[in-house]
Design a protein around this ligand. Structure first.
Ligand code: FES
Length: 351
């Protein structure tokens, strides 16, 4: 609608405007229906009602002023150690209570007065404003381009090749200082994420009793947790190391082991796998003995311990690393080396 059409529409009575837009809609259901007819409020047509609204607004603002004065008076007059009982809050500081109430009233009545003023006394007629094109005119565009070319020429950017090229070099190199500072995030992990405390000949210690495990300690259907011999909770790096070395053991019937390497790396059907989930590293602790599945409680990754620790469900991307074990001459279970691959989430493989 142009501004001329808007002012014409405003000159008409609401009923006329409503009838016109109904006719327009009947002719073309997709036509812009325009603004709904303006309805006058009682304050618009009755000066006495308008004055009543004005007095209400003034009263609210006056209450706000009184509350502010009361706030200052309470701050000055009330002692900080006086307590009063206020239902249902209980015993509270009289000063805090008075300050809170008076400030609350002062702010609320300003807001209420402003809203009442806007709703009853300020104009409530909707006005449509035309959108103007935001594209610059062809003259402005060509002037900007001319200015740009003139600026580029004056700067000598194209002619002073030495300065220009060294500027490019400096701009390309300067971000490197930020990259170098990344080193301050800590020492590089090197290969320490690739290795755990497991090594050839290290006995498997029961995580709960701290006693070395024998094959007969591992019963069918149970999940046993173990850690390498020589670790104790008193060591300062215990948590760091156990987060990599934690081990779980289950006993399977050898004929139920589907993976040949797993069978070779087991002892009398006892298989040892990393307890650290290969998704984001939660400790696995749920075992389903009929299916030989273990479940990570964090995001439900499920691994098949009878099939090389293969992932059969969930977001984990890698099978669980297996530890090769045997029984030593004294009849204790021991490792035959470290895990063949980094344990835990895949990003550790970069360590
Ligand atoms: S950490 Fe195990 S499923 Fe996510």
């Amino acid at each position: 609608m142009s501004s001329h059409e808007i002012s014409e529409a405003e000159d008409k009575l609401p009923e006329e405007r409503g009838a016109e837009s109904a006719v327009r809609l009947a002719e073309d259901p997709f036509a812009d229906p325009g603004l709904p007819p303006h309805e006058h409020r009682v304050q618009d047509i009755d000066e006495r009602a308008a004055r009543r609204s004005e007095r209400t607004v003034a009263l609210l603002f006056t209450v706000s002023m009184v509350a502010t004065i009361a706030f200052i008076a309470a701050y000055v007059a009330l002692p900080v150690d006086k307590y009063i009982y206020v239902f249902p809050i209980g015993h509270i500081s009289a000063l805090n209570f008075a300050l809170g109430v008076t400030l609350g009233i002062a702010l609320f009545t300003i807001g209420a007065g402003a809203v009442h003023w806007a709703r009853t006394l300020m104009s409530d007629e909707e006005i449509a404003d035309e959108r103007h094109p935001i594209e610059a005119s062809p003259e402005v565009k060509s002037k900007v381009l001319d200015d740009f070319r003139a600026g580029a020429k004056e700067s000598g950017f194209g002619r002073r090749k030495l300065a220009r090229n060294t500027l490019f070099g400096a701009l390309a190199l300067v971000p490197l200082s930020g990259v170098v500072l990344l080193r301050d995030l800590g020492p590089l992990p090197g290969t320490k994420l690739r290795h755990t405390k497991w090594a050839k000949g290290k006995r498997l210690m029961n995580y709960n009793t701290m006693q070395p495990l024998r094959p007969e300690d591992i019963s069918v259907g149970s999940l046993t947790f173990a850690m390498p011999e020589g670790m104790s909770e008193e060591q300062h790096d215990f948590q760091t190391e156990i987060a990599k070395a934690a081990l779980m053991l289950v006993r399977l019937q050898p004929e139920n082991i589907k993976d040949k390497r797993e069978l070779d790396w087991s002892h009398e059907g006892i298989v040892a796998f990393s307890k650290i989930c290969t998704h984001v590293g939660c400790p696995i602790n749920l075992y389903e003995q009929q299916t030989h599945h273990v479940l990570c409680p964090c995001h439900q990754s499920t691994f098949d311990l009878s099939d090389g620790g293969r992932v059969i469900f969930g977001p984990a991307g890698h099978a669980l690393p297996q530890l090769r074990i045997r029984a030593n001459d004294q009849g204790y279970l021991e490792a035959m080396g470290d895990f063949p691959e980094p344990v835990g989430p895949a990003y550790w493989e970069r360590g």
